[in-house]
Write a protein that binds this ligand. Structure first.
Ligand SMILES: [Zn+2]
Length: 256
């Protein structure tokens, strides 16, 4: 019952994205179509000023996590991304999985463990496109987790930027509350909802996106996990708030 309803929502999401892409105005920099699944796209929205901070915004690598692609759909459709920042946006990296509502892609692979290899079209596409559009001041990766009632955050910081975690946590606390577990995915949060992660993969052969990008350049990286148990609207609002907050922080720091 639950599965059926979700699949229905997800199919509609990719369909709406396809309609939006076909309608023309989005700043698509690269697009590859996966027959029967949907498009893979990277968008590049320039800032109104040269030398603006550059942010990598990524979502939908897990097909059972619709809030990120849904949030970015509204942001792009309504032109809501800050013009103070330059954005490289990967709105959904697993269109086949999103269509079916599965974490894995249609070949049964968890794409967020495939970044050391080049055996998937999706990750090969990402690796050919995303690093060359950097360097990035910040990477923000939007995820969801079924396991917890509250949100949480992974921070990896190999760059020189001050942490933004506290501001992000305040937003998450107000919207969904924070995950209260003492151990999250075998990691111990240093504050409620905050895991500070070393720039090393938990499983040496199975690199996720953040670990791959950290190996491309020094970087401040956040992986945001919102609770799938909370209403979709709330998760979307959470993500939108964090995106706006980070843009504001970066442009303020750059202005100094
Ligand atoms: Zn995920």
């Amino acid at each position: 019952m639950k599965e059926f309803r979700y699949s229905e929502v997800f199919a509609d999401l990719i369909q709406r994205w396809e309609e939006l892409l076909a309608s023309g105005p989005l700043p698509v920099i690269r697009q590859v179509d996966l027959p029967g699944e949907g498009p893979l796209v990277v968008l590049h929205q320039t800032a109104k000023r040269e030398g603006a901070p550059r942010v990598l915004l990524s979502a939908g690598i897990h097909g059972d996590e619709p809030a990120g692609p849904e949030c970015l759909y509204h942001k792009m459709k309504q032109g809501l991304l800050s013009t103070e920042v330059e954005w490289v946006v990967v709105p959904f990296l697993n269109p086949g999985g999103l269509r079916k509502g599965t974490r894995e892609n249609p070949r049964g692979l968890d794409l967020n463990r495939e970044f050391l290899r080049d055996q998937t079209v999706e990750i090969a596409f990402y690796k050919e496109t995303v690093p060359s559009l950097g360097p990035y001041d910040l990477m923000l990766s939007l995820h969801e987790d079924w396991e917890f009632k509250g949100s949480y955050l992974y921070e990896i910081n190999t760059g020189t930027r001050p942490s933004m975690a506290q501001g992000i946590l305040d937003l998450l606390a107000a919207e969904t509350g924070l995950a209260e577990a003492e151990v999250i995915d075998e990691h111990r949060p240093i504050l409620p909802g905050l895991i500070v992660h070393d720039p090393i993969a938990d499983e040496p052969e199975n690199w996720p996106e953040a670990i791959f990008m950290i190996h491309q350049q020094p970087l401040l990286s956040y992986t945001l996990e919102t609770p799938s148990q909370a209403p979709l609207e709330k998760r979307v609002r959470c993500m939108a708030g964090v995106i706006d907050y980070c843009a504001e922080r970066l442009s303020r720091e750059r202005g100094r």
